[in-house]
Design a protein around this ligand. Structure first.
Ligand code: ADP
Ligand code: MN
Ligand code: MN
Ligand code: MN
Ligand code: MN
Length: 338
């Protein structure tokens, strides 16, 4: 007997990487935790030139495959060069270093992944050649007049839970066909690995419904909400007291930090962070309690309790979680160390 391992990796597509995967057949006696490295054609994924095209897949996160079921596995990989150094598209390796350096502060993240379903050229629920009723009733709505794609969303949630991913919730979003799931709270590498696998499962689950899902931060121009990836963050000190919450918020506003962060928060960030639609302008940093128009929100309950976490509302839906978590840990934990 054999089992199937779906090797998943992040490619080199610019400006936003795509997920790729292929299947390896393994023998029953093969280890299910120590999976072998594998290779692929990097010239087909914008990760190599044709004359030296081999790239290496190094397994970093393994979970049950809820699509195939049985003994089959999903295997998230880092991409390496043939000398086993991290490939330039590999953003996980840099996060691993920073996460290790600040592990003593016990940073954890909960990421809210918003996304939009499309059927052909139209967002799911948009009438042919026109627009649905304006935003207002769709967020957390119920009923066929407001909700589009719930069967896909439920199947995706079930698949994520079967895979053992740390999903903390789902909800319908402000625009028809737009949804959200949350991953976490988990440590930086864990939340990022699991978010990438949850994204892969989203595309793969929707495929069977003949629907596509996109992380496009502004899938419909005009008076329609964009799609973000609010990144909730805390360290042990922040979970224990308010002073650390303020230190973290202040550190994100210092010097060049606002731009250093925002320019790595996903392609097309200035289209989404306009100052409208529950966003702060991309070039102005602010933080505030309960403020969904600020760059960083301190939840009401956190002020009430005098401890907890902060929400960086700036990242786009298409952000690389390895990058946003690295930047937040680096900036905030450096400030908190002092
Ligand atoms: P919103 O009210 O902004 O829509 P959500 O409920 O969608 O918030 O998401 C909040 C996220 O924050 C969840 O993923 C949750 O697990 C995470 N979270 C809760 N507590 C913490 C914490 N102490 N540190 C980091 N993340 C946290
Ligand atoms: Mn081939
Ligand atoms: Mn949310
Ligand atoms: Mn949301
Ligand atoms: Mn939020």
């Amino acid at each position: 007997m054999t089992f199937k391992a779906e090797y998943i990796w992040i490619d080199g597509t610019e400006p936003t990487a795509k997920l790729r995967s292929k299947t390896k057949i393994l023998a029953d006696g093969d280890s299910r935790t120590e999976l072998p490295v594998w290779g692929f054609d990097g010239s087909s994924t914008n990760q190599a030139e044709g004359h030296a095209s081999d790239r290496v897949l190094k397994p970093v996160f393994v979970c049950p495959d809820p699509i195939r079921g049985g003994a089959d596995l999903l295997v998230l990989c880092e991409v390496l060069n043939t000398d086993l150094t991290p490939h330039s598209s590999n953003t996980r390796a840099a996060l691993a270093e920073v996460a290790e350096r600040f592990a003593g502060q016990e940073p954890v993240f909960g990421i809210e992944q918003e996304y939009t379903f499309f059927e052909g050229e139209r967002p799911l629920g948009f009438p042919v050649g026109g627009f649905p009723a304006p935003q207002g009733g769709y967020y957390c709505g119920v009923g066929a007049d407001e909700i589009h794609g719930r069967a896909v969303v439920e199947a995706h949630l079930e698949n994520c839970l079967t895979a053992g991913l740390g999903i903390s919730g789902i909800n319908a979003e402000v625009m028809p066909g737009q949804w959200e799931f949350q991953v976490g709270p988990l440590a930086p590498l864990e939340v990022s690995d699991q978010l990438w696998v949850a994204r892969w499962l989203l595309y793969r689950t929707a495929e069977d419904f003949k629907v596509s899902a996109t992380l496009d931060p502004k899938p419909v121009k005009g008076d329609w909400n964009g799609a973000g990836a609010h990144t909730n963050f805390s360290t042990r000190a922040m979970r224990e007291g308010y002073e650390a919450i303020v230190t973290a918020c202040e550190s994100l506003g210092e010097g060049s930090k606002p731009l250093d962060h925002v320019k790595h928060y996903g392609a097309g960030i200035d289209d989404r962070l306009t100052g409208l639609h529950e966003t702060a302008p991309w070039n102005e940093y602010s933080y505030g309690v309960s403020d969904r128009g600020a760059s960083v929100r301190i939840p009401w309950q956190v002020e009430q309790d005098g401890k907890g976490y902060i929400e960086d509302r700036r990242p786009n839906a298409n952000v690389d979680p390895y990058v946003v978590t690295r930047l937040l840990v680096d900036t905030c934990c450096t400030a908190l160390e002092k």
